[in-house]
Design a protein around this ligand. Structure first.
Ligand SMILES: [Zn+2]
Length: 114
């Protein structure tokens, strides 16, 4: 259950950010979940309530947003979303040479405090 370790790390980061701003509590955090991270947002939600107990984040809302993988074809410059059924090839020219970006890891994007 590596989702729990992600959640704990996010909670720690958010708490640190809140402390730096002398916040009494955190009301909401926004987390970006990479498409290739292997992390399912539903599990983050599942562990969140437990992870925030006794922290500045207790009672706060966890919001997640998907961070999809993007590809830019090195041959024709088309931006596309790589699809497994097309072997991740460029839909415009069929090239397999692409620069990938996004979709990685789990990141804390925003912390709302009170
Ligand atoms: Zn192309």
């Amino acid at each position: 259950m590596h989702e729990m370790s992600y959640v704990l790390r996010l909670v720690n980061l958010a708490e640190e950010a809140a402390r730096e701003q002398n916040a009494k509590k955190v009301t909401r955090i926004l987390v970006s979940v990479g498409e290739t991270s292997g992390v399912l947002p539903e599990y983050l939600h599942k562990y969140y309530k437990k992870a925030v107990q006794g922290t500045l984040l207790e009672g706060s809302v966890l919001e997640t947003e998907a961070n999809p993988v993007a590809a830019v074809c090195k041959d024709c410059g088309t931006s596309y979303h790589p699809e497994k059924e097309h072997r991740y090839a460029c839909p415009a020219c069929g090239s397999n040479r692409a620069e990938l970006s996004g979709g990685r890891g789990v990141r804390l994007m925003n912390v709302e405090i009170e």
